[in-house]
Design a protein around this ligand. Structure first.
Ligand SMILES: Nc1ncnc2c1ncn2[C@@H]1O[C@H](COP(=O)(O)OP(=O)(O)OP(=O)(O)O)[C@@H](O)[C@H]1O
Ligand SMILES: [Mg+2]
Length: 215
């Protein structure tokens, strides 16, 4: 059996993370790898409760950047301790849709919380666990804005990020923040051209998995 790997998917709204996640789970299955699929914020009952507050804060009160950072890190602490680490320890692979890099970008580089504070919170909440591989789905924001618009309201009702409302300029700044972050961790990140059709994005990701781990 191959060593258990921890893979994360990152990128802005509507770049195709969830679409790629499903494709990767199917492809890995054909290679004999059953991977646990999860997402952040959330992934345990407590973390999902925190996600609810994060995604739909009660009306009439602004959430501070510090509170937001603490909430996502609290959810992650629970997720890592109760789901991700036990899975990896038992030899199971884990695929997580967003992880600490989203906190680095949204709350750190992009939000009001300094990157040093964010790094401390991340380390505290993860115990230093980092993914083995992070796919950054990178795409021109005019394309992703079109996809978000075409998708409309999420039937699950909880997945329309507040940033979906943001203008192109904001989305582009987010995109650049993710690219900058990838530059800080060149060995861990693999950047996918997410403007390609879904099957091409999946093909590129699978080729990288084969290249790295001889699957
Ligand atoms: N490579 C692609 N080419 C064209 N359309 C795509 C591609 N990938 C995903 N889509 C479509 O774009 C929309 C957004 O995709 P998806 O939900 O996978 O993105 P996401 O990154 O998970 O979004 P969110 O951040 O909101 O969770 C969906 O309607 C999906 O079918
Ligand atoms: Mg998604």
């Amino acid at each position: 059996m191959t060593q258990a790997r921890f893979i994360t998917l990152e990128g802005g709204e509507g770049v195709g993370k969830s679409t790629l996640a499903s494709g990767l789970v199917r492809w890995l299955d054909t290679r004999g790898v059953q991977i646990l699929q999860t997402r952040e914020p959330g992934g345990t009952p407590i973390a999902d409760e925190i996600r609810r507050v994060f995604k739909s804060p009660p009306a009439g009160e602004d959430i501070t950047p510090e509170t937001e950072a603490l909430l996502v890190c609290a959810a992650r602490a629970q997720h890592v301790a109760k789901v991700i680490k036990p899975a990896l320890t038992s030899g199971q692979w884990v695929l997580c849709d967003r992880f600490a890099d989203s906190t680095r970008v949204y709350q750190g580089l992009f939000g009001g919380v300094g990157i040093n504070e964010v790094e401390r919170l991340i380390k505290f909440s993860t115990g230093g666990l980092e993914p083995d591989l992070t796919f950054l789905l990178d795409c021109d924001v005019t394309i992703t804005a079109g996809r978000i618009g075409a998708r409309g309201a999420d039937p699950k009702g909880d997945d329309v990020a507040r940033y979906d409302q943001a203008g192109h300029q904001v989305l582009d700044r987010l995109r650049q923040a993710f690219r900058k972050l990838a530059g800080f961790y060149p060995a861990r990140f693999y950047i996918l051209d997410a403007s390609l059709p879904p099957e091409k994005v999946l093909q590129d990701a699978c080729a990288e998995l084969e290249r790295r781990w001889k699957l």
